[in-house]
Ligand binder design. Structure first.
Ligand SMILES: O=C[C@H](O)[C@H](O)[C@H](O)COP(=O)(O)O
Length: 266
């Protein structure tokens, strides 16, 4: 998707470093793709990284740009002694290929900073994550962080959690998943909830997470209200492993949009 951005702030350091804006750019002609916006947000977030940090490495098309950038700064010697904690097998592979030293929460239970994307961000910086299937490891790593910087393009902003009309993922064990899906749907019946097993490909095989579980995607027709209460109810269902609402976890959200970058702090 090409987004005309004639009012984008020309002096954005992150955009220039991403090679998307030159000091001499003609702003009236400026057109950025959605992926360019993700890259600009990611580069801005990497400005928070300092040598010696233990870093949570997020998953998805936005976080990928941040991991690439960290790898590049390490290679250039501009960052040193970084330890990365990947939030998925895919990010683990990407970080390995970039030569980023890796560890895990067992060895590094305190993470200085995590950078990750999100599927939805509400006005209070609550998130939906996991449309890429990585919510469980993300929640473990990002829950262990001193600082959690979320990077999104402006299409991810919603008025309330579930407000995009897209999925709020719940990771469940495979055993009797239909029973669990039905309990989840019933829990939010008054909000017009529909629960669907996430599948892949033409054969509609169940999607299996890095942890060997299934994902039930919940679709809401309206706001579910008290998120903490909703979270508690979901987690009380035996068979549920984790859900994709990240409540009160983000410390900073960086939004890249038509007008430039917005940094929202908790
Ligand atoms: O499971 C996937 C993660 O939660 C992603 O961070 C999230 O889905 C956002 O991904 P993207 O940056 O590709 O939109």
């Amino acid at each position: 998707m090409a987004i005309p951005c004639p009012h984008f702030i020309a002096s954005e350091k992150a955009a220039m470093e991403a090679g998307l804006l030159l000091p001499s750019s003609s702003l009236s002609q400026l057109i950025l793709t959605q992926d360019d916006l993700k890259k600009i947000a990611a580069y801005k977030a990497v400005e928070y990284v300092e040598s010696g940090m233990v870093l949570g490495l997020g998953t998805g098309s936005t976080a990928k740009h941040a991991v690439d950038r960290i790898g590049k700064l390490l290679r250039q010697g501009k960052l040193k002694d970084i330890v990365g904690i990947p939030t998925s097998k895919k990010t683990h592979e990407q970080a390995l290929s970039l030569g980023i030293p890796l560890s895990d929460l067992d060895s590094h239970p305190v993470v200085d900073l995590a950078i990750d994307g999100a599927d939805e961000v509400d006005p209070y910086l609550n998130l939906v994550k996991g449309r890429g299937g990585s919510l469980l490891r993300e929640k473990m790593v990002e829950g262990a962080c001193k600082k959690f910087v979320v990077i999104v393009d402006e299409s991810k902003l919603v008025n309330y959690i579930g407000g995009s009309g897209l999925a709020m993922p719940v990771e469940v064990i495979q055993f009797c998943w239909k029973f669990t899906a039905s309990r989840l749907q019933n829990l939010f019946q008054e909000f017009g909830c529909v629960a669907k097993l996430r599948t892949l490909g033409e054969k509609a095989e169940p999607y299996v997470t890095d942890n060997g579980n299934y994902i039930i995607d919940l679709y809401f027709k309206q706001s579910i209200g008290d998120l903490k209460a909703a979270s508690d109810s979901i987690l009380q269902i035996a068979g549920v492993v984790e859900h994709g609402m990240f409540i009160d976890m983000a410390t900073t959200v960086i939004v890249a949009g038509e007008l430039g970058l917005t940094v929202k702090n908790k």
